[in-house]
Every structure is written in C-alpha cells, then in structure tokens.
Design a protein around this ligand. Structure first.
Ligand code: AMP
Length: 121
C-alpha cells in the first residue's frame, strides 16, 4: 500500500469513508472540510501520495499548479471569485498539519480576517 492509502484522504479517495465531494477528476479530488473555518471551506487534494509540501519535488510542480488552478476554477464557477477567497496549505507541525497528504484549503464566503488566521492554527 502506498503512503496515501493510510491517510484519511486516501480513504475518502477510495470511498471507504464518506465525504461531500464537490469536484473530482483523474488526478484531483475536492470535498468540504468536516470542520469548516469559513462559510465555504473545501479541501483540494491530489490523488498522488505526497505527505506534505516539504515532500514535494520538481516532478510534482505541474500537478501542484493544477491543484491551484482547480481551486481557482471552482471559486469562479461557484461565483465567489469576485468577492475573493483564501487558499492555505499547512506544512508540518508548527503549521498545524494534521493529515499527511498534501491538500489546499479554499476558504470563502465572508470577509476572512479572522477565518484564515484561525485556520492557520
Ligand atoms: P490540515 O490541518 O491542514 O492538515 O487540514 C486537515 C483538515 O481536514 C482539517 O481542516 C480537518 O477539519 C479536515 N478533516 C478531517 N477529517 C475530515 C473528514 N473526514 N472529511 C473532511 N475533512 C476532514
């Protein structure tokens, strides 16, 4: 089993545990955070196992770029891009990373002064 298979998000990708999935393609999945820090809080996750940004290599550059673009396209398609949003990627202990599969938090739906700070743990 690959590393991702042991993470919570690997289980969501394999439909072993439920999630409110809002987007999926061959290489990415996005679902609502179970403990939202903003009115809109969606996690964008590559299906390739990468424990954190610290484990990413130049080989992952295009995939991580597409992860960002998928979040931006979702924001546009849901109609909140114009009002604005925040993307956050926690890396490691001091950032409060709890799931060791790279993921991008997309936060939106209200002025985010406090939300992003809160989510940064
Ligand atoms: P991080 O702290 O950056 O590693 O983010 C992990 C996120 O996963 C947290 O915001 C959690 O609320 C979220 N989370 C944990 N379990 C689930 C789940 N079963 N479904 C959706 N989101 C989850």
């Amino acid at each position: 089993m690959s590393e991702q298979d042991t993470t919570l998000f690997g289980k969501i990708i394999r439909r072993e545990i439920p999630a409110d999935i809002v987007f999926e393609n061959d290489e990415l999945i996005a679902f609502r955070d179970i403990a939202p820090s903003a009115p809109v809080h969606v996690l964008f996750v590559p299906k390739t196992p990468i424990a954190s940004l610290d484990a990413a290599t130049p080989d992952h550059a295009a995939l991580l770029g597409r992860l960002m673009i998928a979040a931006a396209e979702y924001a546009r398609s849901e109609g909140f891009a114009e009002d604005g949003y925040r993307v956050v990627m926690n890396c490691g202990r001091d950032a409060g990373q709890t799931v060791f599969q790279v993921h991008l938090h997309l936060l939106a739906g209200a002025p985010l002064g406090g939300f992003g700070a809160r989510h940064a743990h």
